[in-house]
Design a protein around this ligand. Structure first.
Ligand code: AR6
Length: 205
């Protein structure tokens, strides 16, 4: 991470109404964008904050299934037949139906129950595993929502730090992924993720 930190470059730009913070290391970028709707993003993969059933729900999960159409649910059902429920921290990929993205990576965030039940490790794992799976598919870009910070009640100040640092570490290790983008739905969440990204160049322990 030290290497990442020392080579940070920052730019602010306006793009389609989104405020964007781009942190570059060589040919790789970590991007913080929003307020925005991840179903409209044109990265190769978008990540869904799913639940263990993989059968849909509210929040960003509901939005992705609505916008992508029934092909996504069909693909999820086939995965469930094969592997059963998906534990927190793991991820699987399906087609993206009608979405602009090519794949949806479904990951299950931890439900916040105070922070002593492995929530931080599970949330970091969601980001690592989603990027690993996208990299295995030889994709160049992936977009994340603020996993676990809605219905699963993970405090956004803590979630943002874990999300950004685990994604940055996985991006550095990836063979194909060149851009990891966070697309945040509301201004408060956007501010927390931007702050966490700024903090990447502080000395890391
Ligand atoms: N684009 C980007 N972010 C969004 C969008 C969107 N279209 N819609 C909502 N968000 P949540 P969780 C934000 O509750 O906490 C579901 O029912 C939202 O504002 O979607 O991981 C699943 O089936 C918040 O910042 O996911 C699970 O049962 C963030 O996405 C459960 O909720 C995450 O909120 C998962 O809960």
């Amino acid at each position: 991470m030290g290497e990442w930190a020392s080579a940070l470059q920052r730019t602010h730009e306006m793009n389609g109404g989104l405020e964007i913070l781009r942190i570059a290391l060589g040919d790789r970028s970590l991007v913080i964008a929003g307020p925005g709707d991840i179903t409209r993003v044109q990265t190769d993969a978008i990540v869904n904050a799913a639940n263990a059933s993989l059968l849909g729900g509210g929040g960003v999960d509901g939005a992705i299934h609505r916008a992508g159409g029934p092909a996504i649910l069909e693909a999820c059902k086939q995965i469930v037949e094969r592997i059963g429920r998906l534990p927190a921290g793991q991820a699987v990929a399906t087609s993206a139906g009608r979405l602009a993205a090519r794949y949806v990576v479904h990951t299950v965030g931890p439900f916040w129950s105070g922070g002593k039940r492995g929530e931080a490790e599970a949330l970091a794992s969601c980001h690592r595993e989603s990027i690993r799976i996208a990299d295995e598919l030889q994709l160049a870009s992936i977009a994340f929502p603020a996993i676990s910070t809605g219905a699963y009640r993970y405090p956004v100040d803590q979630a943002s730090q874990i999300a950004v640092s685990s994604a940055a570490a996985a991006l550095q290790k990836a063979a194909y992924i060149r851009e990891v983008r966070f697309v945040l739905f509301d201004t408060r969440t956007l501010e927390h993720y931007a702050q966490a990204a700024h903090a990447l160049d502080k000395p890391l322990m």
